[in-house]
Ligand binder design. Sequence first.
Ligand code: GUN
Length: 299
Amino acid sequence: MNGAAIIDGKARASDLRGRIGNWVGELRATHGLVPGLAVVLVGDDSASAVYVRNKRKATEAAGMYGRVIELPADVDQAEVVATVEALNRDREIHGVLVQLPLPDHIDSTMVIDGVSPQKDVDGLHPVNVGQLAAGRQALVPCTPLGCLHLLKGHLGDLAGRESVIVGRSMLVGKPLAQLLLRENATVTVAHSRSRDLPALCRRGEMLVVAVGRAEMVRGDWVRSGATVIDVGINRVIREGKPRLVGDVHFGEASAVASAITPVPGGVGPMTIACLLANTLTAACRQFGVTPPEIFAKNS
Ligand code: GUN
């Protein structure tokens, strides 16, 4: 039996991108401001290249200016940092994103720390991490922002609800915990060293999984009636064919959950839409204009 409603991230993201496009048009008309996003891609990782191409297409479709800076895999650390510093000074650019992972010989922390906090649309600079943790105005990582708005869009008020996040990364698990706390949810962050992960997961009215392991979360890990957000995108071979699957076993979980995100078409499209939202917000702040209320109440 497949009882769960499908949370259509593609449709929600398309709606969000449409609204962002309208605001971009207004900014251009009233202030002559065109938000600009630069993405730095180092090396030739094929998955990263696809993500970066999609980001650029979405940027331009929203009426923003998009630039991709490609650096060879053997580039040295100083050149990556110098590239980021040049983008910090560039007045056409309001958002800077360095696509991760970087090659092993590059110190990612040094590169991330080199991005101006005002242009850090990935929300990874320690100033933004700290501002978010302190409950102050911050640029917030795009994937957890997308997860939050899928949850709010489906459930409405999250106050008092029990949430379980599996995964404690800087890109997803930790910032999502902060965002859910800000909504007054109860938050458990589980990870690879947690004891009895299935039992912990079963506590969640909201279960968000971001571990990067194909179909790790099985149906009997899911609380009856839970809302499940699957952040994973894993390439696997099934019946001889390449397929994308999430970190949650969709078939099993959707028989138990009340709502679930598909892979693909769930969190992924929301991540890109939230990157545009962050770029618009960053551009408005740098320009001294109040940013629009991008996320309507409960969306
Ligand atoms: N690689 C995979 N996801 C992300 C992301 O959200 N930001 C960056 N910079 N790199 C990524």
